[in-house]
Design a protein around this ligand. Sequence first.
Ligand code: ZN
Ligand code: ZN
Ligand code: FE
Length: 759
Amino acid sequence: MVLLAKKNINTIANKITIRGIIQGVGFRPFVYKIASKYSCTGWVRNTGSSVEILIEGTATNIKGFLTELTTKSPPAALIRDFVRAEVKPPGYTTFIIKESRNQKEPISISPDLALCPQCLKEFNDPANRRFKYPFINCTHCGPRFTIIQGIPYDRCKTTMSSFTMCPQCLEEYANPLDRRFHAQPNACQNCGPSLKLLDKYGQPCTENYCSLLLQGYIMAVKSLGGFHLVCDATNEKVVETLRERKNREAKPLAVMAKNLKILHKHCYVSPQEKNLLQSPQAPIVILKQKKATALPASLSPNLDTLGVMLPYTPLHHLLFDDNLELLVMTSGNRSGEPLIYNNHEAIQKLAGIADFFLLHNRPIYNRCDDSVIRVIRGTPQITRRARGFVPLPLSISPVPTDLLALGADLKNTFCLASSNKAFLSQHLGDLENYNTFLAYKKNLQHFQEYFQIKPTTLVHDLHPGYLTTQYANSLALPKIGVQHHQAHLSSCLAENNFTKEVLGLVCDGSGYGLDHHIWGFEFFSGSIGNFQRLAHLEYVPLLGGETTIQKSERMALIYLLTYCQKEGIKWVEKYLQLPPGQIALYEKLLKDSHNYVLTSSCGRLFDAVAALLGVCRTNKYEGQGPMELEALCQTDISKSYPFTISEDNTLKILSLAEMWPQIINDMERKKEPGYIAAKFHQTLVKMISKTFLILREETGLNTVALSGGTMQNMYLLHHLLETLREKGFIVLTHHKVPPNDGGISLGQAVTAGRLLSCV
Ligand code: ZN
Ligand code: ZN
Ligand code: FE
């Protein structure tokens, strides 16, 4: 490790501080290597939040060193901040990697990284000592966040601490010129974790797992951030068995393709989608399915898309053989429960679902689901932010005090904010499940420890019935409530680092409004922390609460009774085939406003149209009706239904009252559901852009931001972007955080930060 310095009177020295993703990605060995290459002396060290370098050498050598430092850093590293200052040369004769220094500012922890090409090559090389070893990794790839128990990131603070490295592994680990220098999860078959196959009774067995999958068995496989339930995706029968056993009737199942070539057979893959699939984050990418594909329809019933990923751990590569090309890889949990991540729980809870268990003894400390991304008009949109992205912080405008934003109850994430960083948790799921809520509290504790953030203010949704609100109320800290849709909009502005005033639209299922009604189709103007509601979709009665949200045909009934009066009943009888008693009851109950709440929900609107067209009368999973309606849209339709925009005091009210009889009219004329679905989408595009044009006239604002779960609708967003841009608007959308409730916590945090800064 000793490097001789040339005595040179032209020696200069630089002190460099680098921030970003530089821990656990091989950054220090990289610095060491280029320092050697350019005969420089000095040192490099981790401070927890940054890497510091003292570099000494001739001006020419330092120039070469700096160029490589900034342009050739390891693939998983990300330099966010680079500060360099000339200092007096201290006269070092060697270059060394110093011990880590623990500082009291938030640190960066790397997310888990997909198997890198170099490790894959070794994995496939019969001459390599790690040939087919399912836990091969290096500083460029492998587990990180999911195995980290504490900071700084050292092996003793990971779940690898119980494995003692063999001499060969230790040599790699200690050699700064080796790819595995300080690779904390470094291991081989002699010293590292190993696999174990159990039958459904928990008894060890020796069968070949590929042939078991090929025979049509369901296997629970311990992956990187938790368990997957795995079966042959081309085998219709086993896919249906999995659905039955998991009690998951219709929700699409994610699949893993052996490689890109196989994927091309079944899906359209754009260059950008290909890059995402092959990236170190290796998310699930939502792809358009080819019509001629022979895949079972039950993978994603009534949808034209498929959620696909490529093998991202060495273990995944072992699951495929010559005869297996495509595997279902769905989260290993019971419906509504959090992802299972330890062996014991898997055997207990997945009994009755899995026929076999493929386990290993490298414990997972932080459970982490697969991330989900789709590409819309060439831009990626994340809809589930977890593995590969978490716990990377997002840069935000500085908050004056450490904050904890608790998020929403569905698709929950929380957000810890300190200074100019926002640490968003991984997607945690729906908190109404008790075990998910326990997982939420546990994760909260982990994040506070990792990033050493002690929140002094809590931020929550305004909904008094939310578990997150109740949890906030149970804690003795100052609290700030943020309106649901203002949080959505703020999250969009925050991730775009946009601090000026905008016009905003939030379309989603439901959120508690400032007037105590259920909002969901809302226009605002203003900036983070200071929004004004300018327009919304006309309220309709939401009668029957949660049941109506699930049984969406009741929402169609409400819409028809509201907008089509006597004729409405006739059409309800004809198209919805609801029992006459129910129609009469709804008619009666709707006459008294004590029986219902009012809603402007966009989700309910989609539900109602989907139900009326017979596309989906009951949502078996959240968003089923809207998703199936979108999938149905014929592409070449530009016609639309009528709408009105009227003024009520200072608020504009968007009404689709005239659309309903015309939809019925189209149905009477036997127009195809795909035609009506597209015409409905086009109506929304026209109504939204018309509203923005009016609001631009009135406010002079030309930037619009789009948020809310409905913005996952690719057809709607695609056409909205096209129309709004044509009209000269600058449009901000989501890329880094989900437009759905998964982004709420970020919006809450930046809103509270802004409000506290103004005090
Ligand atoms: Zn690697
Ligand atoms: Zn070893
Ligand atoms: Fe929402």
